[in-house]
Write a protein that binds this ligand. Structure first.
Ligand code: PEP
Ligand code: MN
Length: 338
């Protein structure tokens, strides 16, 4: 159930509502807007008394049932797009954010060269995998903690915030200490214990869409983050597996208006994993920007031909710079700016 309070009610009246929700056996999830507060009451309505009785309280505007299986990620609960503050960079606001960097952190030189170049070109967040989810166990698995340390060093040198993937619950605390955003990869998008561990670090979480995940399943996976007391969730579309083999995955840009309609959580687009080919990445980035995505995450490497992972899809430093120069009109089409 969603309990909408009347505008500008007193703290005392709000506390009374919260107390009653708890008394009736529900967990209140409080969202304070500029004018009014909305409370998502989490609990099984089959096991507890209905909250509909609250509808007659003077401080309550309405009590609404939630028809959908997801609640806290839903736009019904929170009308405005959530703003996620990552070291002063707001994801979900008017300013568009670009996350860029190599698929994998390979060496200090590779990472620092890339970080300085993407920062200069206008990126605000540095991506780089330290723990890599490789299809084959014989491929480069990432530098682990050494990679995380290099990301932290690059942040210090450039001022960029950092996003990196969390692969395993056992590393949640460690990754949470180094990074500014935790990335949950496509292969782990329904690893619910990992989602809970990521949520509990308190860091913003970027949840990629699984390789064959339906949008409802993706939203429900996101629900695991919000229901574990972490409001800072963003979704990331990175392409799904279809019958098409021309591209690595099929980047589903319909998720931009769909996530915007269904959820208040920002939507990030990853055309690098989506296309799997660097020659398609720029066009897909521009399309995503014009369609109203909140941010992009793009793989960039000083020498893609020698990359230790995903060489075919990474932009060069020059390619990224040129793309950033071409981006503003596409953002303007969506009422955004860099
Ligand atoms: C990546 O970002 O390098 C990556 C492995 O992404 P995904 O989980 O989308 O495949
Ligand atoms: Mn990659």
């Amino acid at each position: 159930m969603i309990v909408v309070l009347k505008p500008n009610i007193s703290k005392k009246d709000e506390a009374a509502v919260i107390k009653e929700i708890k008394k009736l056996g529900y967990k209140p999830h409080i969202m304070r807007g500029v004018e009014r507060t909305v409370i998502g009451a989490i609990g099984d309505e089959l096991k507890h008394a209905t909250l509909e009785v609250l509808g007659s309280w003077p401080q309550i505007e309405k009590v609404m049932p939630v028809q959908k299986r997801y609640k806290l990620v839903s736009r019904e609960v929170h009308k405005a797009t959530s703003h996620i503050n990552v070291r002063g960079n707001i994801i979900g606001g008017k300013k568009f954010q670009v996350m860029a960097g190599p698929c994998s952190v390979e060496s200090e030189k590779q990472l620092m060269t890339t970080a300085h170049a993407v920062a200069k070109a206008g990126a605000t967040i540095l991506r780089g995998g330290a723990f890599k989810p490789r299809t084959s166990p014989y491929e480069f698995q990432g530098l682990g903690e050494k990679g995380l340390k290099l990301l932290a060093k690059a942040r210090k040198e450039t001022g960029l915030a950092v996003i990196t993937e969390l692969l395993s619950e056992q590393h949640a605390e460690m990754v949470g200490e180094y990074t500014d955003i935790i990335q949950i990869g496509a292969r782990n998008a329904q690893n619910f214990q990992l989602l809970i561990a990521a949520a509990k670090t308190g860091k913003p979480v970027m949840l990629k869409r699984g390789l064959s995940m339906r949008i409802e399943e993706w939203l429900l996976a996101g629900e695991y983050v919000l229901s574990n007391n972490n409001p800072n969730l963003m979704f990331c579309e990175r392409g799904i597996r279809t019958f098409e083999t021309y591209t690595r995955n099929t980047l589903d840009l319909s998720t931009i208006p769909i996530i915007k309609k269904e959820s208040h959580c920002p939507i990030v687009i990853d055309p690098s994993q989506g296309a799997g080919r660097s020659d398609l990445v720029v066009a897909m980035c521009k399309g995503a920007a014009a369609m109203g995505a909140d941010a992009l995450i793009i793989e960039v490497h000083p020498n893609p031909a020698e990359a230790w992972s995903d060489g075919a899809q990474q932009l060069t430093l020059e390619g990224f710079k040129k793309f950033m120069e071409e981006l503003p009109p596409y953002l303007a089409a969506a009422g955004r700016e860099l």
